[in-house]
Design a protein around this ligand. Sequence first.
Ligand SMILES: Cc1ncc(COP(=O)(O)O)c(C=O)c1O
Length: 451
Amino acid sequence: MATSEPAGNARPTSGLTANNLEAFWMPFTANRQFKQAPRLLVGAEGMYYRSADGRQVLDATSGLWCVNAGHGRQSIADAVGNQIRELDYAPAFQMGHPKVFELAARLVTYMPTGIDHVFFTNSGSESVETGLKIALAYHGVRGDGSRFRLIGRERGYHGVNFGGISVGGIVGNRKHFGTLLTGVDHMRHTHDPTRNAFSRGEPEHGAELADDLERIATLHDPSTIAAVIVEPVAGSTGVLVPPKGYLQRLREICDRHGILLIFDEVITGFGRLGTPFAFDYFGVTPDIVLTAKGVTNGVVPMGAVFVKKEIYDTFMQGPENMIEFFHGYTYSGNPVASAAGLATLDAYESEGLLTRGADMADAWADGLHSLKELPHVVDIRNCGLVGAIELEPIAGAPTKRAFAAFLAAFEAGLLIRTTGDIIALSPPLIIQKSEIDLLFDTLGGVLKTLE
Ligand SMILES: Cc1ncc(COP(=O)(O)O)c(C=O)c1O
């Protein structure tokens, strides 16, 4: 390969060419392995990606749990393009633009009564940091600053920033990063394959695991705890559906002790479970709701943190010329993301996508659970349009079997996601029955070939 010519003031790049894969340090990727046999996507429409070698690849993961309305939406593309031409950027601090207010006003209509304000971010990780900071500051502002502890859960994923990995419960995401936030404790996770394997929907057993919060509150004294954060359905660690009654019990304990309940709905938000949000599905109202991903159909980075009126109002005191909350991002609610968010909401609403998962959930669960007898399958679980197939790990080589499934599926024209030895599935909400059949036929074929 020819050495590229330095352009302008760029330094010589010692062998790098435009198509060289080396420079990009890929996130959450086995870089060396990938670069030996890259898997490149070059186009997308509806339910399908197009690979660099020209194949159609059925998207069983909505990208990374974010392209809920399917790929290549013309209306979103137009909204983004028009917005860039009309107003590309407006300062986010001490200035505004109309579309972010419009988006906020429309989004809060999806929240439970009493949750009526939204703070914009650019990612799930930023939504997590923002939510945790709001929780801590809220208690401080209302004169209860001794509430400084945050409680998370094992196997929780709350993004990759310091607050998120502190309350998160994934060893690999935490171990290299020092002491993290102090004053954090963790409840046990709810995954119990001994009692709940092959559950359809919410597992029967494990509501009592919520009592971990009571135990932790007793240990530290409840008056020191600011908030507890959970994913209603833990996504990234393999679709862990909460046991029946578990979230209700968490809510009760929080109420008893004045602890804020934060739902991280970065994955479960925007129709994933067949209801607009997971709080609708489970009938449990949190105090703070964290979102990202589906808010713009994954097209432009954006996150949104929803809070109760009482929380917002608590900050709105003191001299009116003073900034009430010292937090925000250059791109909080930027015009292009706001335009994408509005067009995405239009698509969700006009096609009923935020509840479509409920119509497809039975066909989805049937297809998923039809794989039960295949080799190495030790558990299958589902909720709305999310599913997971857990495989027996190869002795001494954890993650290898599922990754082999991932590679074979991609070759067979199917994009799945694996985490550990678990295959996680979350297709765009536009999926048809024929595509559900294709997905599980293909995946079944792949599973049969695994060593
Ligand atoms: C529940 C949850 N919270 C937070 C995040 C972090 O989102 P992001 O990757 O946009 O920072 C994710 C990402 O998958 C997530 O699943």
